[in-house]
Design a protein around this ligand. Sequence first.
Ligand code: CAA
Length: 270
Amino acid sequence: MGSGIAHVVALGGHDVVINDLAKERFDTAIQNIDKNLTRQVASGKITDEDREKALARITFGETYESLADADLVVEAATEDEAVKRKIFVAICPFLKPDAIVATNTSSISITRLAATTDRPERFIGMHFMNPVPVMELVEMIRGIATDDVTFTRAKDFVESLGKTTAVSEDFPAFMVNRILLPMINEAVYTLYEGVGSVDAIDTAMRLGAHHPMGPLQLADFIGLDTCLSIMQVLYEGLADSKYRPCPLLVKYVEAGWLGRKSKRGFYDYR
Ligand code: CAA
């Protein structure tokens, strides 16, 4: 998600610093961004000059000092509240006082994350969809303290990148994932209960409901650990048994079968 966000922001004409744990992760990100920009050149959406300019705008930030000039910081770490909180506590002392801090969380309370920063009024949820260069939507979520100036600046910025925004209240998993993830979880139950095979379930939803990907293929694409985290946030946050994560989803994650990124999920990518 981080590389996808860097891609669209750089293409939108802004300088981007990617801050990550290791230089190797940055190198992989740049390779992916180049590959995806090249796809857009091939299909005539952008020119080769646009691709080169976008790549030249992206640099690696080895330390948090590299964020000192940023007007906007978008956190896109793994969907784990403790990890995100740690990052906010660590980066805030290095940021400009008026910098906006956004999170790409797909489910966690914006108000709770904002409370770990020194600027809850300049904190906002900016939830991009995967793959970021292709998907039109960004969900915008205000925490209880987010001020109007921050909301307007963040929304205008996202729309200047060519995205459409949809505003959600700060409820567990917001709108897209509150609707999408229970459907994916139900697909896993459908497999777990032996109603259909992986292929049958995905074919049913691709051809029977006109979804671009079957729900199990989409789960592998999102990452099964992310799917499970989102279901847990829904289950705990809304306290309703209809959000109970399917035991098969739990088992796959425990096995390290996380979908495409680990080369094994409901499909085998090895
Ligand atoms: N970067 C740039 N372009 C990309 C790309 C990427 N990462 N991935 C695909 N594309 C482009 C392709 O080049 C192609 O462009 P043209 O039509 O101009 O040739 C176009 O997108 C379609 O791609 P493909 O032909 O390769 O494959 P496809 O038609 O099967 O589409 C897909 C791929 C866009 C991913 C499509 O399968 C799809 O929309 N899937 C559903 C995705 C989805 O639901 N995302 C939301 C996930 S939920 C989420 O993100 C929220 C969360 O928090 C979990």
